[in-house]
Design a protein around this ligand. Structure first.
Ligand code: SAT
Ligand code: MN
Length: 527
């Protein structure tokens, strides 16, 4: 097969000439195609079927033990001028970067199939959505992209209509960390990634396109590409407000996006709707508000800590048509991770017999991939081409001390400062030490595809006459007392904090002015 678009065919031919695959397969995104690929991966041992009674159509993938997270030190933004990439990115000149990475791509697909994956980030008919094509030699990547994006024929039709697309070239290479690079060429709308099959390194629609290239495009086109969940909060009167919230990876974005209201709230008629758990593209509408879409179509969530108490919605969507990466398994072949329940697994994430007490059985950054529509709190609003209007933006981090539960920024400019000053204790989502406080402006430190100085200026530029911008808040669910225990219950109770924010948006509650911003009024609980 070829495409009607000459530039696309030509690029596929160029890549094939460089990487020398045995076959080329254009992905149509059909169920039949997935079935063939799944069988291939089962035969090769890339996938293992999980218990068909408890988890029909669910599979386990074990990645290479040295390939379990994003690798920020091997991730580059390659612009002609280093100041365009900024101090927040590793930089290499595009000529040097292409030469270095193309040498690794040379002949790397010999004996393999080259898959062409046309995909759309966002509802297929949305003017905010953008398309890309990923070339990969990993069927695991194809299967994940099918869940995470609108992938296949419909995306190809839009690409052929528009005539342009983001180019992503990926190969697992030989999985040697010494020959692993994730390179971005924003001036060419191109991504090249080799040597990793994992998550954000390999599913190029996600962090590489939707954030690094997306943020660059957003700046030049006047919108925002952010590392934010999108959640709808419906009050008992039936009005829904949408909130976008930025937290670093593995700080509870998925749980907040799928929050289950505490009993009292449920009885009163509150509902929570999930639009997205990781990425948000926002664009000013004619009414001056920011309208947002989730460019993704699925969740690539952190498994450990996902349990009946922390995220029952996630559990409910994970018993069918899901891919699990680096989790443990029980004797009856069910996926298992720390925080799921009291059972003891028999195999750890590497497939070895699990010895209780020998450390975590599931990798701390083990993941599930599942279609967003499978989530019980998913709303068809996620498919709305216009997006949803954002009432509040929330920034947050994981901070044991100092940072209060919630405060409101005085205005947009102060809010941008609050977002830019964000800091959080590191997690297992990226390679490196865990638990160290690091500055992570807007949770975009690993994902902003250009100079942070220009990025903050871009944020500030939205404050124009006629703009009806969201209020900006900062939260910290993770503060601990002197006894080392969390001070705030978190999870469903976070709705109490969101309710306060929405009351602030509607001008229905007073706040206390403090040097850091506006805080909720202290009220003594009546007994
Ligand atoms: O591995 S991913 O970058 O896709 C997930 C994350 O860290 O948010
Ligand atoms: Mn993320």
């Amino acid at each position: 097969m070829t495409s009607k678009l000459a530039t696309l065919n030509q690029w596929v031919q160029e890549v094939a000439a460089l990487t020398q695959p045995d076959r080329i397969h254009w992905c149509d995104g059909s169920a039949a195609e997935l079935q063939v690929l799944t069988q291939l991966m089962l035969d090769r041992g890339d996938l293992q079927a999980l218990n068909p009674e408890t988890h029909p159509d669910c599979y386990l993938h074990r990645s290479h033990p040295s390939d379990v997270a994003r690798v920020e030190h091997l991730t580059f933004v390659c612009t002609r001028h280093p100041e365009d990439a900024g101090p927040n990115n590793n930089w290499m000149h595009p000529t040097e970067a292409h030469a270095e990475i193309d040498a690794l791509f040379a002949g790397c697909m010999k004996g393999r199939t080259l898959y062409v994956i046309p995909y759309c980030m966002g509802p297929i008919d949305s003017p905010i959505a953008r398309c890309g094509v990923e070339i990969t030699d990993s069927p695991y990547v194809v299967a994940n992209m099918r869940l995470m994006t609108r992938m296949g024929d419909a995306a190809l039709a839009r690409i052929e209509r528009e005539g342009h697309f983001v180019r992503g070239l990926h190969s697992i290479g030989d999985l040697d960390p010494a020959r692993r690079f994730i390179m971005h060429f924003p001036e060419e709308l191109t991504i090249k990634s080799i040597g990793s099959g994992y998550g954000g390194n390999a599913l190029l629609g996600k962090k590489c396109h939707a954030l690094r290239i997306g943020s660059w495009q957003a700046r030049s086109e006047g919108w925002l590409a952010e590392h934010m969940l999108i959640v709808g909060i419906e009050n008992p009167q039936g009005e829904t407000h949408y909130i976008a919230a930025a937290f670093p990876s593995a700080c509870g974005k998925t749980n907040l996006a799928m929050l289950i209201p505490p009993e009292g709230y449920r009885e009163a008629g509150w509902k929570v709707w999930t639009i997205g758990d990781d990425i948000c593209w926002m664009s000013p509408g004619e009414d001056g508000r920011l309208w947002a879409i989730n460019p993704e179509a699925g969740f690539f969530g952190v498994a450990p800590g996902t349990g009946a108490k922390t995220n029952a919605n996630a559990l409910a969507m994970l018993n069918r048509e899901a891919i699990f990466t680096n989790v443990a398994v029980t004797a009856d072949n069910q996926p298992w991770w720390e925080g799921l329940d009291e059972r003891v697994p028999t195999k750890d994430w590497k497939g070895n017999d699990y010895v209780p007490g020998s450390g975590p059985a599931a990798h701390p950054n083990s993941r599930f991939t599942v279609a967003a529509k499978r989530c019980p709190s998913w709303t068809p609003k996620a498919e709305d081409a216009r997006g949803v209007p954002i009432s509040a933006i929330v920034f947050g981090g994981r901070r044991e001390s100092l940072v209060p539960l919630v405060f409101e920024a005085r205005d947009w400019t102060h809010g941008v400062l609050v977002g830019a000053s964000m800091a959080s204790e590191t997690t297992a989502a990226a390679t490196g030490a865990v638990g160290v406080v690091r500055r992570d402006s807007m949770a975009m430190k690993p994902f902003c595809g250009y100079n942070f100085g220009d990025y903050f200026a871009h944020w500030l530029s939205f404050d124009q006459a006629g703009a009806k911008l969201p209020k900006i808040f900062h939260v910290n669910w993770f503060r601990k007392g002197s006894d080392g225990k969390f001070l705030w219950p978190g999870f469903g109770d976070n709705l109490r904090v969101l309710e306060w924010m929405l009351k602030r948006c509607e001008g229905r509650v007073e706040a206390v002015d403090t040097p850091v911003g506006q805080l909720p009024q202290r009220r003594r609980l009546e007994s």
